[in-house]
Design a protein around this ligand. Sequence first.
Ligand SMILES: [Cu+2]
Length: 397
Amino acid sequence: MMTLKFGLIALAAVGMTPLAAQGQTPANPAPQAQAAPNAAAPAGPTAAAANPSATPAAATDATGASAVAPGAAPAAPAFDHAAPTPGIGMPDGRMGLQDQFTPVGREASAFHNNWLLALCAAMSLLVLVLLLWTMVKYRRSANPTPSRTSHNTLVEVIWTLVPVLVLVAIAVPSIRLIRHQYSPPPADLTVKVIGNQWYWSYQYPDNGGFEIVSNMLKEKGDAAAGTRFRTDADGPRLLAVDERLVIPAGKVVKFIVTSNDVIHSFAMPAFWTKTDANPGILNETWVKVDKPGVYFGQCSELCGARHAFMPIAIEVVTPERFAQWVATKGGTMPGATPAVAPADSTAATQVSPAAVSAPAPAAGAAPVAPPTAATPAAPGNTTPGVANRAPDAPTKL
Ligand SMILES: [Cu+2]
């Protein structure tokens, strides 16, 4: 019996061992497999972040190189971008609102600065005076037997009527402002603004439907060797981008705002504009900027790890310069003779692989306008460029 028992135990032990081993074996790779994505996770956003930045740079390389490559088509004419003015269209340490450059912005900031703030100050002062007066006049030492008064019709009418009048005084200009904000004049230009994790892309359906991809420019120490980095001519740190959204001055520009992934927010403080970019929804806002210049904003909806690194830069130029800029992007002005061939097919074929891998132009040089259509041709491009979103491009808005 004992031998049989030992035999059974031994058998069980032998039988258990492979089971245990089998149990262990798949278990071991499992944590490794889990560890792998974990290990890759921090690298993921970095790589994803690097790619969008790298793409326009690669396109720029292509443009720069195609200008010198024998037999290659001449590069698109470069556009001389303006340098921003300190204190205009950017935070500069001042208290209060930024200077406004749209009619709605001026109306809103005047309403805030001259009316709401004044009203708030007057009301706070009134309450403070009443409090001090009560505390001094009716203090215990000066007034040992307190009054038993419980009703006073005149005082009750005053404290009901005055707040009502204050609310009316706020509501009338407020509703007028909302009416001006949400009844835009007919648009001279429509731009589709698309939020992406974590950059912006802009489409110009009125100008041939070309698209530009706008990434934040890294600091000199952070940018990879040979790639473009921020200079003061681009704008302040964390606000400068490689491709600015360009619009004409004095024209009504309608922004159709949407998103490719999560909720972003298209915000430009100097234009009094902040509009959520929701996936699957087209929101609308508009601006009419009188003064040419460079204005900066940021994504204003917490949208993920690199939310803080997707600034918005809008360059407002004269209508003549806007037409020049559109030409550098391969677009057309409404009413102008349409281009002979779609820009994306021709431009893409003109970019040779050698041109794509050519070194970057001198850092800090004036931004060279890359033909947008070349973007999809860049190797390793994960940015949804024109080719990747061809069905969207011709969308009539
Ligand atoms: Cu965002």
